[in-house]
Design a protein around this ligand. Sequence first.
Ligand code: MF3
Ligand code: CO
Length: 290
Amino acid sequence: MLKWDKAADCWCGSGKKYKDCHASFDDKLRKYERKPYPVPPRSIIKNEAQIEGIRASSKINIAVLDYVAEHICAGMTTAQIDEMVYQKTTELGGIPAPLGYEGFPKSVCVSINNAVCHGIPDDVTYLEDGDIVNVDVSTIYNGYFSDSSRMFCIGNVSDEARRLVKVVEESLQVGLREVKPWKRLGDMGAAIHAFIRKNGYSVVREVGGHGIGLEFHEEPFVSYVSKRGTEMLMVPGMVFTIEPMVNMGKRHVFVDEDNDWTIYTSDGSLSAQWEITVLVTEDGYEVLTY
Ligand code: MF3
Ligand code: CO
């Protein structure tokens, strides 16, 4: 950690003097760093203006998902969902973050039943009665990124599939209870993992959440199978996603060899995921997207 001239402008870009901004934050961080705990790099600590930008991006992300929620139904192709997401996002002044991201060809991920994540919309896949569907929307607005996903139950969904969807949604609240400044990210992941296991399901390890805001994917990687007292220290101004992927059967997954994107459960069991973007505040958290 560098020493910073107390009278100079703060490193966070707020325009305030360092002594009136992140000076005491740095003192505190340095104590934890000496323990030693992994502490966040300055590049992922957001100032108030950046948080405002991420909030504005998040509003669009939520509006797009609300729009999908109103229209999604059996008989629709996944390409039609992609079309809705592209239209609504751009109408609101945003850009779909997935489009062209590392070669991803569409504006949204749509993952059905045994697909865990990164399903690519196409015009031959129809939503069918009884499907559980994850729609994962990410938005760039004014250079700021936001990300969230929801599950949709199409028509007559079995009780056991509905229970999976409900438990995963509840797990976000279990995780949120652990989001506090100067606590460890591993506490959040451990709480979610314990809750999911208690309910008889398994958590995917290979994919997880991430920091977000100035980039689509920032440090840290966020695991939902972590241990208490491990992983990065959570501090005010950090923004990350909570997005556990949960399988009804075993945790193992594989990547679709044809497109190198879509991840499926190895045992063919159902998988569900909900995703929110969270800001760590001075005394807890603020949910930015849901
Ligand atoms: N929303 C997904 C994620 O968290 C996006 C995956 S990258 C994409 O992180 F290109 F597939 F969109
Ligand atoms: Co994400």
